[in-house]
Every structure is written in structure tokens, then in C-alpha cells.
Design a protein around this ligand. Structure first.
Ligand SMILES: Cc1ncc(COP(=O)(O)O)c(C=O)c1O
Length: 389
């Protein structure tokens, strides 16, 4: 028995990640970028442990599929990923912090430079290490979070010498509201980014995250930067999800008990039985990313039955009302679907008043993780889901 079998046997809850679906989603997005006939490339955003799916597994898997460029947020994420992927460019979105340039150089990581101070420090590093270093310039076109503001961008346009000793690997910006196709800010950011790109010709360019890809070819530039859609999150909120589902999460029943009418369940007595009931307790909780706000307001599935979550979410336990479910299905060890065909991360996010990004990135460290590979490695040219931006 392998250690992964052991982990699954011992675990209270198991997260299954379909690597074939991630690869198919990546191919579908790449092909959407190429649909207009331009040689658009498609990167993969692997920050926050590939949105909970496991960056050091997803990264090499997508590299084998033909993905050539990878983004993380933190330097430490880049260092961990570099060990799993010795060759591919890895870009660190949060940029260059003080006294970290040697770490970037040692691990062959490229900082996304978000202001002139970072650019100056990286140029100094290139001098100190006596070799040209790759650099990415992030232009703020409206997010007002990270990136060169308009004045600093103008300094860069006027003083190209500030890039001396650096190889400009990418000019990029990030969209504010790409999931809202009718939002005026999309067009405004597009035109600001185009103006900047025109003033800095020659470098590859990137604007679109997952939802941005669906805004159409004008937004594609040279490099797509999807994260969420790779992992099955719907890039088109309110419309049918064009991506393949990637994760399923199953938790075991630890114990089932009968209670009388008018009894409370869990901390604070936050749920009270209106009739004699059966309550099952399952093995996950808020420490695993099952949010406390889900108290009395979501459900799980057991053999296809919809089962209400009742009472407060505990750190390690959730209680469900199985009164209506055949007893034979509710025995200790029975498996309950938390995420899967009946409840996507987008659905659970609606119940938790958040978004699927938060649901995915909160997926707990205590789950046993099972990676499903397609039976045969699929050739690079094979198509993903058909996506029409
Ligand atoms: C700069 C940048 N690019 C791309 C992405 C990927 O976005 P998404 O997950 O919406 O595809 C992110 C994620 O927040 C980001 O911060």
C-alpha cells in the first residue's frame, strides 16, 4: 500500500484533484487565446498553492502539457516551486522586497516590479551580479493596488536607461472587474494599457486573467494569465461554467446519533430539533476551511440525498441532519460529498457569502490529497473544452 493510500485510509476527509481536468482547462484557455490567429501564449497562476490544488504537483503537470510560464505571489512560493520545476520561468507577483535580490538570483526567479524603487534595486542587483536579469514591469491601469502609477510609468517611458542591465520579459497589468463584461472600467484599462505598451515597444505583454480571457481577443495581448479557471472556478459568474470541474471533497461520518425533539446540537445550541431526529457528525470543520458562516445555511450530499448542515461549524466537526436518509447510508465511515457534482466551489461560495477563490484557497492542509491522472498522457495538441471568448 502506498503512503497516499495510507493517508486516504487514515483521513477524515479526502480532497481529490483531477489533473486531467486542469490540463484540459489550460488547453481550452490556450486555444481560446489562439482563436484569433495570433501566437498568444498561456501561463498558469499557481499562487496560494495553486488555489489549494497543490502548486508543486500542478506546475510540473502543466509544464508537461506545454505551459511555459508560471506566476506565484510570494518569494517562498517561488522557491518551493523552483525545486519542483528546475527550468521554467517563475514570476513572483508581489515583487522584490528589501534584501531579497540574492534569493531571487539564487533560485532563478523573476520579480514582478511594481514601482521605481523595486526597479532601481533590481537594476543594482544586475550590476552587482554582473549579469543581465529578467524583469517584469507591472503597470497600474486602475486597480490602485500594486504596479507603476501613471507618473512613474511616464518616468520609465522617458528614461529607458532605467532598464539598463535588465531584460524586459513582460509588461503587464491586471483587470479590476473582468468578470463583469459590461463594466466600463474594462475598456478604460484596456486603453491605458495599450497606450503604455505603444510607448514601450518590443516587450511581450499581458493583461487577461481567467475572466479577462472571455472579454475577447482585444484583451489577450501576448500572454494569458489564468488562475481560477484552470481549477474549475466559473470565469463567467451567472452564466454556464465553460470549465471542467477539478476538485471533489469528501468527508467521513464519524458517528450518528438519535436525539429527541426539542434538543439542541453543537456549541451554543444553535440548532434545535423540531422532532425526534438523527444527527451525523462528519470529519471536517473551520480549521479545514469550512467557514463558520455556513451555520444552518448549506447542505452536503449523501448518496445523492441532499442533507442540511445544522448547528455551528466546529473546528474539526460539522453536524448534519440525516433524519430523512435511510439509516444504512449513515453509518460510521460513510462518505459525504462536500464539494463535487452536486456542490461546486462556486455554489458553496454563494452559501458562505464569498467567492470560489476563497473557498478553494482555504481548502485545508489536513485533507488527504488524491491526484487523478488521465489513463494516457494526452498529447499537447489535444483540445480542451471549447471556449468562445
Ligand atoms: C496579477 C494577477 N494576474 C492573474 C491572476 C489570476 O487571476 P484569476 O484567478 O482570476 O484567473 C491574479 C489573481 O488574482 C493576479 O493577481
Amino acid at each position: 500500500m502506498s503512503s497516499s493510500d495510507d493517508a486516504t485510509r487514515r483521513a477524515g476527509a479526502v480532497l481529490t484533484v483531477d489533473l486531467g481536468a486542469i490540463a484540459a482547462n489550460w488547453r481550452g484557455l490556450r486555444d481560446a487565446g489562439r482563436a484569433a490567429g495570433r501566437p498568444v501564449d498561456c501561463a498558469a497562476v499557481l499562487k496560494a498553492d495553486a488555489y489549494g490544488c497543490g502548486a508543486t504537483i500542478v506546475g510540473p503537470w502543466l509544464a508537461a502539457e506545454g505551459c511555459r510560464q508560471f506566476f506565484v505571489a510570494h518569494l517562498e512560493e517561488g522557491i518551493a516551486l523552483r525545486k519542483a520545476m528546475p527550468e521554467h520561468p517563475i514570476y513572483v507577483l508581489n515583487g522584490l522586497l528589501a534584501n531579497t535580490d540574492a534569493d531571487f538570483v539564487e533560485h532563478d526567479l523573476t520579480p514582478v516590479l511594481n514601482h521605481l524603487g523595486q526597479l532601481n534595486a533590481w537594476r543594482a542587483a544586475a550590476q552587482r551580479f554582473s549579469r543581465p536579469l529578467d524583469a517584469i514591469i507591472h503597470i497600474d491601469t486602475g486597480m490602485h493596488r500594486l504596479g507603476f502609477g501613471a507618473e512613474e510609468a511616464q518616468v520609465l517611458i522617458n528614461e529607458r536607461g532605467r532598464l539598463r542591465g535588465l531584460r524586459l520579459a513582460l509588461l503587464m497589468s491586471h483587470l479590476v472587474a473582468s468578470e463583469e463584461p459590461n463594466s466600463a472600467i474594462n475598456g478604460e484599462q484596456l486603453s491605458r494599457f495599450r497606450n503604455f505598451v505603444r510607448a514601450m515597444p518590443g516587450a511581450p505583454t499581458s493583461l487577461a486573467n481567467s475572466s479577462g480571457i472571455f472579454l475577447g481577443p482585444d484583451y489577450h495581448f501576448d500572454l494569458l494569465r489564468p488562475g481560477a479557471a484552470l481549477y474549475g472556478i466559473n470565469p463567467l459568474p451567472g452564466r454556464d461554467n465553460p470549465m471542467l470541474p477539478v476538485v471533489t471533497l469528501q468527508a467521513r461520518i464519524l458517528q450518528t446519533r438519535r436525539i429527541d425533539a426539542f434538543q439542541t446540537v453543537g456549541y451554543g445550541g444553535a440548532w434545535r430539533s423540531a422532532r425526534p431526529s438523527r444527527v451525523a457528525t462528519i470529519a471536517l470543520g473551520y480549521a479545514d476551511g469550512y467557514f463558520r458562516i455556513l451555520i444552518n445555511r448549506t447542505h452536503v450530499h449523501l448518496a445523492g440525498y441532499r442533507v442540511p448542515v445544522i448547528g455551528r461549524i466546529s473546528m474539526d466537526l460539522v453536524t448534519i441532519d440525516v433524519t430523512e436518509i435511510p439509516e444504512a447510508l449513515c453509518e460510521t465511515g460513510a462518505v459525504v460529498e462536500i464539494l463535487g457534482p452536486h456542490m461546486t466551489a462556486d455554489d458553496l461560495a454563494d452559501h458562505a457569502r464569498t467567492n470560489a477563490y476563497e473557498v478553494m484557497t482555504a481548502l485545508g492542509r489536513r485533507y488527504a490529497r488524491v491526484y487523478v491522472e488521465p489513463p494516457e498522457p494526452e498529447p499537447e495538441s489535444e483540445e480542451g473544452p471549447e471556449i468562445t471568448p
